[in-house]
Design a protein around this ligand. Structure first.
Ligand code: NAD
Length: 429
């Protein structure tokens, strides 16, 4: 295990860029809060970094060795929490940046958890399922000394899913001799997963959107919404907002999109994409088709980018007409575009708040697994709504107090909470 201090090197790799941007956001919140320089330095530094080699024996007898990471940025407010991704681009800088963002995500929603992230630099699509299982189990064994329900609780992320989580539970159970479902979240329901986890992020996006509209005195019935991306997050957001009365006037996926002033039948679109994943555009004759670029420029009340990062850039920011953007995806608005939109008075609900519903229900899953008592779906949703609306309200009032954007306010709320917890505990020894 090594300790490294986060520096701000020139952004040569995407991982460096991500970490730099996380650090810049922390630095700006630290300035607004007039944070003690020592505390600021502490929060720039991950608590613990573990780098492991992950050997996997392939079927043809060839040995392949991958590099794995687990970074715990902060356990100031509770056990560290964050996903595990399997992707060729995974590197230390990326994992450090993502771990830090998890600290702010759990803090802004007031979960009693810290932030972590893990990953293996591997292209899982080049491996068989059996090889991915072996890779997961070996990686889990390697990071076992620092994970656990009271230390650090992994979850799915890019290219990992509930099966990956089940393999982690199995490894920990075999290695400790104790049933250990609470070591991860995002488990299959059969293994102690939470009801409502799959829909949690999209429903959370909808709750913060509705709370923002409520604060502005806009009735859902009067809100026209465009949603980019029709996967897990986008489709559930569209469905939840439509159920609340909003008019979903445009949706899209990688194949293209549809617009309709009268409103789109979201359940029908979900039924279609369940049958034809990522082929939304092959579904609805009679509706006008639009490109993703056109969707981003539509005259709507709310735009929800819920597909990929980097969708609104300085190139197309001037065309965006929506007065409200709710970041369903991670980082859909680039930093430069963010400034341009802020200058025009566009309100952006930042990703660390808008898409935190997944981690909120992950927290509920951890609570249920530890208690060995499982809640009904309506209980999960009721509590999720309370957490998301409360977080949105605090970020809105903080933005007023500090006269800043919602993004800056979300970081101020989160950094202040983590700093206060660490101050109250005192620096050990
Ligand atoms: P997903 O794979 O289920 O869906 C992605 C959607 O985006 C698909 O409809 C796909 O067709 C579409 N898409 C892909 N490329 C596109 C393009 N170039 N233009 C337009 N649409 C495109 O993924 P997801 O789980 O819904 O995640 C979406 C985003 O939300 C990602 O940024 C992810 O990191 C973030 N996020 C997801 C969760 C979660 O719980 N699933 C939680 C937090 C953040």
């Amino acid at each position: 295990m090594t300790r490294t201090t986060l520096t701000t090197p020139s952004a040569a790799h995407p991982g460096d860029e991500l970490r730099d941007s996380a650090l810049r956001q922390l630095d700006s919140a630290a300035r607004a809060l007039d944070l003690d320089p020592g505390m600021h330095k502490l929060l720039r530094t991950p608590e613990r970094t573990l780098i492991v080699s992950v050997p996997v024996m392939l079927e043809d007898g060839k040995l392949e060795v991958y590099t794995g990471y687990r970074v715990q940025h902060s356990t100031g407010r509770g056990p560290a929490k964050g996903g595990i991704r399997f992707h060729p681009n995974v590197d230390l800088a990326e994992v450090e940046g993502l771990a830090m963002l998890m600290t702010w995500k759990t803090a802004v929603t007031d979960l009693p958890l810290g932030g972590a992230k893990g990953g293996v630099a591997v292209d899982p699509r080049a491996l068989t399922r059996r090889q991915v299982e072996r890779l997961t189990k070996r990686y889990t064994a390697a990071i076992l000394p620092i994970i656990g329900p009271e230390r650090d609780i992994p979850a799915p992320d890019v290219n990992t899913d509930e099966s990956t989580m089940a393999w982690i539970v199995d490894t920990v159970t075999m290695m400790t001799g104790q049933s250990s479902p609470e070591v991860v979240t995002g488990k299959p329901l059969d293994l102690g997963g939470s009801r409502g986890r799959t829909e949690a992020t999209g429903r959370g996006v909808a709750f913060v959107t509705l709370e923002l509209l409520r604060g502005r005195g806009t009735r859902p019935e009067d809100a026209r919404v465009a949603v980019q991306g029709f996967g897990n997050v986008g489709s559930v957001t569209a469905k939840a907002l439509a159920e609340a009365g909003c008019r979903i006037v445009a949706i899209s996926d990688v194949s293209g999109g549809y617009a309709s002033n009268r409103g789109i039948d979201v359940p029908a679109a979900i039924a279609h994409t369940t049958q034809h994943p990522r082929r939304l555009l092959e579904g609805f004759p009679g509706l006008s088709t639009i490109s993703n670029e056109e969707l981003l420029a539509m005259d709507v009340d709310v735009l929800v980018p819920a597909a990929l990062e980097g969708q609104v850039t300085p190139k197309n920011a001037a065309q965006v007409r929506a007065p409200i953007i709710v970041e369903g995806a991670n980082g859909p608005v680039t930093a430069d575009a963010d400034r341009m939109l802020a200058d025009r008075g566009v309100t952006i609900v930042p990703d660390i708040l808008a898409n935190a519903g997944g981690v909120v229900v992950s927290y509920f899953e951890w609570v249920q697994s530890r208690a060995q008592f499982y809640w009904e779906l309506d209980e999960v949703e009721r509590r999720l709504e309370i957490y998301m609306r409360r977080a949105m309200d605090l970020v809105l009032s903080t933005a007023e107090t500090y006269d800043c954007s919602l993004r800056e306010a979300a970081f101020i709320v989160a950094v202040r909470r983590v700093a206060r917890a660490i101050e109250k505990r005192g620096i050990f020894p």
